[in-house]
Design a protein around this ligand. Structure first.
Ligand code: 5GP
Ligand code: ZN
Length: 138
């Protein structure tokens, strides 16, 4: 089930474009347009639930497999020093889009990234190139 006024539901319905890296019947992965680091992706279920507390278990289970697939591709494509998988619940946890999602965050040992990294628009050409590179490993 999707809703009308959710930006991620609109991306799922292709009403809003995205740099897609992976899709199956239940999940979609695409580049974050405000990347905390190069290669920052989002993995979302094709079901509108706000957060971990409300997503049905079967959608959550499928989402975990998808985030593993995408994280593996990011690791192969970009060879970061590490990866953080981040999932925020509620405004106090800096959740800004109320559709459950995982962040796949490539990390550098000295990148200085903090948990609440803020939203800075990225370079769309650079993001598109990284999306293609990651896609090549899925
Ligand atoms: P949250 O802050 O809820 O944990 O993460 C939401 C993420 O969605 C943010 O990192 C933000 O940059 C990203 N985001 C918000 N709107 C859009 C959009 O229209 N397209 C894409 N690709 N990412 C978005
Ligand atoms: Zn939604």
């Amino acid at each position: 089930m999707l809703v009308d006024d959710c930006i991620f539901c609109k991306i799922i319905r292709t009403e809003v474009p995205c740099f897609k890296v992976y899709e199956n019947d239940r999940n979609l992965a695409f580049m974050d347009i405000n990347p905390a680091n190069p290669g920052h992706c989002l993995v979302i279920p094709k079901f509108h639930a706000a957060d971990l507390l409300t997503i049905p278990d079967d959608w959550l289970a499928g989402s975990v497999a998808a985030v593993k697939l995408v994280a593996t591709a990011v690791q192969k494509a970009l060879a970061p020093h590490g990866l953080n998988i981040v999932q925020a619940n509620g405004p106090g946890a800096a959740q800004s889009v109320m559709h459950f999602h995982w962040h796949v965050l490539p990390r550098g040992e000295d990148d200085g990234l903090r948990l609440n990294w803020g939203l800075q628009p990225g370079d769309m050409d650079a993001i598109a190139i990284l999306a293609k590179r990651i896609q090549g490993f899925i």
